[in-house]
Design a protein around this ligand. Sequence first.
Ligand code: MG
Length: 388
Amino acid sequence: MNTRLALKITAITAIPLSFRLDQGKTVTMGIGSTTKRDTIIVRVETSEGITGYGEAHPGRSPGAVVSLIHNTLAPMLIGMSATDVIGVWKRVHRMQLSSHGVGSGASLGLSGIDMALWDIRGKAANMPLYELLGGSKRRLPAYAGGISLGYQPKESLAEEAQEYVARGYKAIKLRLGDSAKADIERVLHVRKVLGDDIDILTDANTAYTLADVRRVLPVLAEIKAGWLEEPFACNDFSSYREAAKITPLVPIAVGENHYGRFEFAQLREAGAVQIWQPDLSKCGGITEGLAIAAMASAYRIPMHTHSSATGINHAATIHFMAAIENSGYFEACVSHFNPLRDMFGTTFEIGADGCVEPLHKPGIGLEIDEGLFAKYPLIDGPGYVVKF
Ligand SMILES: [Mg+2]
């Protein structure tokens, strides 16, 4: 890196983007039915003219997270060195996360800022992010995920899964948490149709009770499911501990709703989760993701990093996974209804080997055309509806 560049942070701008799904295009899963998709692009500008882009998860309230970034986080970070990602983490931790701050919201905002700072670092060093992080351009196994394979008749579910397998995926993720009975019927049918060579992963999006899990986990063991993700609320450690006793054959996975190293440390101490899935647009960004990955490595916990919604987070996640020693599957968004994924061009291509590889341009490696933002104006409020 050219250390003569001052690279001071001069501006931090959060740009919320939304689009409403057409009638009948919803996917239903444990967190409800999708009505729209939202994201927040974070642009960080520097004194040297290098601009970085990151992605912050909208946390079901994109307007609030945008306000937090503009009115609380940006003022404390303007003027700092854009390469000082540790200093930025320390300042946000001290002023927002450690006391009197909006914890997960600040973590979402920090994630987008930190990701943009790593994009800047890569551009300044003229290195793709995976190289800057110490990784290699290696191929990473991917599964067909994102908002797809929801609650639907088992026949159409199996057809949809076959479509992804035909594209090259060797692993797919089914949504559970409907009812134990419906979930069991679906997983048994999909296993029968796909045969034994495809890895079937499952995700209840926190909709299960312990009683549901007692019924479903033995069936997941029977079909050799790769994991059961988020059966319970993120901090319901007692239920996670009980679920872990049911069978050693199906690991329990969580992490997309855990924020920062301290929450992952608590997960480890609870001793009930065998797979971690932090999301770089939620957990605090790449800097925090590296800290979590190192902790996981020490306990031989694989990192099957969660990702959504635009190509920025997808591309950053693949770089990150190519640079940690304990990466598992990349979650490839195969949603039929996510133009945000593709708006900056192709960020990943699934190969016949079921793998993807990182982009090779400096930084995160995407050209961000801000002219496209006008097509997706903010629609505030939650993106899922639940029938109570
Ligand atoms: Mg999930």
